[in-house]
Structure formats: structure tokens, C-alpha cells
Design a protein around this ligand. Structure first.
Ligand code: ADP
Length: 380
């Protein structure tokens, strides 16, 4: 008798963090098989994805074997060395890598991204190898490591020659003017190999000490015209880079001007609101895009959506917060990532849909503070 079981496509995901973990729910719904390349059997995505290869993504043979075993491969982070991806591409695996190395280089190397983006959309910038090259740039400025960095790590506000000399001991830097921004926004966009693109409403990201604490969608205080301009900048970058999957384009708003800050080529923290807040979430869209399927509608399910990041505090047991928070706020949606709680670490997020951004923000703040152990049961 012939088997009548349908064969699901296998999407390989390199990296076992919360982004891979959150791909599991839409993959399950669509009957897509996810295979994970995780650095250890303890990474948080391994709790919800059963097909796990434990191995080092910096090792070419490990990568090659993993990519060979999947129909398409995508990423939970941007740390896979570009040279290894190029080698895989040259060995006939280019079509499996989504996004591919050509696109990914712009998310991996900040100078490459700066060279790509139109000068009027970038802060003044300069790549410097030593203090002499930095002399006339001016202080205060922002210094960034050339590769890597997340959550404000690898980004420094620099006030003087001596501070900069100290940082330059560890290698070259990208210097940027200190942008006096009014707000930070993120435009989330998905693109498929066919070239279909879909963009979500612009999100405002609210940061504290370099970490995003809340997002508000659509971004408040942004005219329709500026929001449209932000979306069209993201579309242009998606086309120019040839990215496949979800990309977040982080930007500064300075009056009516927009300046591009950073690109991420994967689902992004600024898009978590879309799980409950949009017809198609960034995680489902990412899977559809990397499999070259038609993209889903990005319309919002409510007028406003606020997402609050749960940052680790001194309470190790996050689940103890459920009873109080669920009783207090039945509209609250909670996502915990199954990660060990460490102070300041992103360990989950909450989402609220509704009509009044201020109320939604206050409810999100209470929940995230309560998870972190900083709010009492009776706090407003
Ligand atoms: P990462 O995503 O690695 O944390 P970013 O480039 O997004 O690094 O920088 C982190 C934060 O630093 C930004 O969200 C912003 O608040 C601030 N920042 C970065 N570049 C500038 C700049 N040129 N001017 C002013 N602030 C900046």
C-alpha cells in the first residue's frame, strides 16, 4: 500500500534562541517541519522543537551536513560567518540559504550597510582604525564595533580622545554622529525569492540603557507621510539587498527626517507584536517567505498594539506571576522563552491590543515589572 502521508518541507534554522522557538507555533500550524542547529541541547528553542542537531555553526562540515539535510535554511541570529555561507553557496547550496550571504553581509557588517544606504539617510559616519583617523570627527559621538553587537553591546557613547583610544585597542570602529533623535522606529518587512514584499505598520521602539523595553504600533507621533516614507525606505533596502524572509530596518526620527540605524535579517524583537496584533505574524511570514510561498496580509487586528519586553529581575520563577497577572488583566498575552532568568536578559514579552496607547503601555509596564519582581500586586 502506498503511504498517503504528506511530506512536509524541512526548514533548517541555525540558532536555538527565542526567535527559532517562536517559529515553531506557525510551523506546527502549517505542518512545516523545523530542524534546528543549536549550539547546545539547552538552548531555549530545543524545548519546543524536537528535531535538533547540536553543533557549532562556525564549523564548515557541521554547517554543510546540516544544510544538505534541509530543503531551505534560515537563521535565528546573524553570527554565522559570511565566508562559510559563501563557500556553501559556491558548492551549489545557494538556493537553500534564505537569506543568502550577499544579503546577510549588510546585516553583519555595519560599514557595508552604511555604504549601501543613501548618504542622506545615514548619520555622518567614518570607519577608523586608529586615533589619528578619528581626530577630526568630533565629540561626543557614537562608536560601534564593526561586526556583531546586540542590545546596545558593541555601541558606546564616546566623549573624548582618551575614551576612544581605549576602545580602539580592541580593533577598528565605526564612528557615527550622535543623532539627536525624537524617536526610534522599526519597519518590519518580508520579501520572498519571487520578489513579493509585504510591510507591517511602523513600530516605535522605546529603549532604556540600549535595550528595547516597549514597542508601540503604529508608531505614535508619526505623520502618515513620514510613516509611508519609512516603509518605502525599507522596501528599497529589501530590493537592494535581495533579502529573503523578514527584515527589520531600525531608524531614527529627527523632525521630518529619517536616518537608518541598523538592519536585522530575521524576525526581530520589534515585530513580536505581530503574533497577536497582525493577520500574519512575522514568524509565519518568515516561513512563508523562505519557502517562496505567497505572503500573508499584514493588517493589524486592533487599532493599537503595545509589546513589553520581560527583562529578567530577581524572581527566578516567572510562572508564579501568572495567577496575579491573568486575574488582573484577561486581555494580556504572555510569551515566556524558557530561558534562565538573568538580570536585564530578555526572557519573554507581553502583548496588548486595544484603543488607547497610554492605557496599553501602562498595562504592559505593570506586567513586565511584575515579572521582574519590581511591582506589587496592588500597584497601579
Ligand atoms: P544594537 O542593535 O546592537 O543594540 P544599535 O546600533 O541599535 O545597536 O544601537 C543601540 C542604541 O544606541 C540605539 O537603539 C540608539 O538608542 C543608540 N544609538 C545607536 N546609534 C546612535 C547614533 N548614531 N546616535 C544616537 N544614538 C545612537
Amino acid at each position: 500500500m502506498t503511504s498517503r502521508q504528506s511530506t512536509p518541507p524541512i526548514v533548517g534554522v541555525i540558532g536555538g534562541g527565542q526567535l527559532a522557538r517562536m517559529m515553531a507555533a506557525p510551523a506546527g500550524a502549517l505542518g512545516i517541519h523545523i530542524r534546528l542547529l543549536a549550539e547546545s541541547a539547552h538552548e531555549c528553542a530545543t524545548q519546543v522543537i524536537s528535531d535538533v542537531v547540536v553543533g557549532d555553526f562556525r564549523d564548515y562540515e557541521t554547517l554543510r551536513a546540516f544544510v544538505s539535510s534541509c530543503d531551505v535554511v534560515t537563521f535565528d541570529h546573524e553570527h554565522v560567518p559570511n565566508a562559510l555561507l559563501r563557500r556553501l553557496a559556491s558548492e551549489g547550496m545557494e538556493a537553500k540559504l534564505q537569506p543568502g550571504p550577499n544579503a546577510l553581509q549588510y546585516a553583519q557588517e555595519k560599514v557595508k550597510m552604511r555604504e549601501l544606504v543613501a548618504p542622506e539617510l545615514s548619520p555622518r559616519w567614518k570607519q577608523v582604525a586608529d586615533i589619528d583617523e578619528a581626530r577630526d570627527f568630533g565629540f561626543p559621538c557614537i562608536a560601534k564595533s564593526l561586526i556583531g553587537g546586540y542590545d546596545g553591546k558593541g555601541v558606546w557613547r564616546v566623549e573624548s580622545d582618551s575614551e576612544l583610544s581605549e576602545l580602539l585597542k580592541h580593533g577598528g570602529l565605526l564612528l557615527e554622529e550622535l543623532v539627536p533623535f525624537d524617536a526610534e522606529i522599526s519597519v518590519l518587512i518580508a520579501r520572498s525569492p519571487h520578489g513579493q514584499a509585504a510591510v507591517w505598520a511602523v513600530t516605535e521602539t522605546i529603549q532604556e540603557n540600549g535595550i528595547c523595553v516597549q514597542t508601540v504600533t503604529p508608531a505614535s507621533h508619526l505623520s502618515d507621510e513620514v510613516a509611508g516614507k519609512a516603509q518605502s525606505i525599507a522596501l528599497t533596502i529589501a530590493e537592494q539587498t535581495g533579502v529573503v524572509g523578514v527584515m527589520a530596518v531600525e531608524m531614527f526620527v529627527v523632525g521630518e527626517r529619517l536616518l537608518v540605524n541598523e538592519l536585522a535579517m530575521r524576525p526581530h524583537n520589534s515585530g513580536h507584536w505581530s503574533i497577536e496584533g497582525a493577520i500574519t505574524s512575522q514568524f509565519e511570514q518568515h516561513l512563508r517567505a523562505v519557502l517562496d510561498l505567497p505572503l500573508g496580509a499584514t493588517d493589524m487586528r486592533a487599532r493599537h498594539v503595545v509589546m513589553g519586553n520581560i527583562l529578567g529581575g530577581d524572581k527566578a520563577d516567572l510562572h508564579r506571576a501568572f495567577l496575579h497577572l491573568f486575574a488582573r488583566d484577561p486581555g494580556l498575552k504572555v510569551h515566556l522563552y524558557g530561558k534562565e532568568v538573568r538580570p536585564g536578559r530578555k526572557v519573554g514579552h507581553v502583548t496588548l491590543l486595544g484603543e488607547d496607547t497610554k492605557r496599553l503601555s501602562a498595562r504592559a509596564l505593570h506586567a513586565t515589572e511584575f515579572f521582574a519582581g519590581r511591582a506589587g500586586e496592588h500597584d497601579e
